[in-house]
Design a protein around this ligand. Structure first.
Ligand code: C5P
Length: 226
């Protein structure tokens, strides 16, 4: 089968408090999006990378890639799930394709992470995730603790998330049609009755979300390059 990466990069990154979407902030003189695409690009098993960007994205023309032939830009949607779905719509012969959906905002992904994830060959699919180490509280409406979740068995979902392209497209279409909250691809697959595998990832595959995450990502990227 063919392995295709779909990268949702159409978010505005409102929690970042920056003057541009977070994927366009720079680390080591290179945008976060360029770092992320570079990791995927250099992974030989990936034959194509589809990036969903906001229509009329003003920063896109400034992006420079050394090897642009494997990368295709398509329009994203109003939500992450719609952005991913738009990306999937651009894949031909979906029954013979597997997709890796990976956040633009996770530039510290390594090829070892991908190697481990791709070992799972199963229609349920698989995601990188890490066991929760903090104790997790459920809040009530007054933002007081309603109860403490049992930490055992709780995992934090990361990306990439790895699925058969046809099954993921059906699952996302169903979930969106039913108005379900879909914050990752696995949740759409769960609604469709699948039980994706949890593949242990690493905490350095962080999603850059808040201003303080930038320095941490820079640290990890420097470490990777030395
Ligand atoms: O907002 P969050 O951090 O969960 O976004 C995860 C990824 O989804 C980011 O890479 C963001 O650019 C992308 N996204 C998108 N389309 C949207 C919203 C978010 O592609 N409408």
């Amino acid at each position: 089968y063919q392995l295709i990466a779909v990268v949702p990069a159409a978010g505005i990154g409102s929690r970042m408090q920056a003057d541009k979407p977070k994927q366009y902030l720079e680390i080591q003189g290179k945008t976060i999006l360029a770092h992320t695409l570079g990791v995927l690009f250099a992974y030989p098993a990936i034959s194509e990378i589809i990036v969903a960007v906001a229509p009329n994205d003003p920063y896109l023309p400034q992006l420079k890639f050394d090897n642009a032939e494997k990368i295709r830009f398509v329009h994203g949607g109003a939500t992450r799930a719609e952005s991913v779905l738009n990306g999937l719509h651009h894949i031909n012969a979906k029954q013979r394709c597997r997709v890796l959906v990976h956040d633009a905002a996770r530039p510290c992904l390594t090829h070892q992470d991908l190697d481990r994830l791709l070992q799972i060959d199963d229609d349920n699919g698989a995601i990188l995730a890490i066991p929760a180490t903090d104790t997790i509280k459920r809040a009530d409406a007054a933002q007081q603790i309603h109860h403490t979740e049992d930490r055992a068995g709780l995992w934090l979902a990361q990306t990439p998330q790895y699925f058969r392209a046809d099954l993921l497209q059906n699952a996302l279409e169903q979930a969106l049609a039913q108005g379900l909250a879909v914050t990752d691809e696995a949740s759409a697959m769960e609604f469709a009755g699948f039980r994706p595998h949890l593949v242990p990832g690493r905490s350095d595959n962080l999603k850059i979300t808040r201003p303080e995450d930038l320095a941490l990502a820079e640290f990890y990227l420097n470490r990777k390059n030395t």
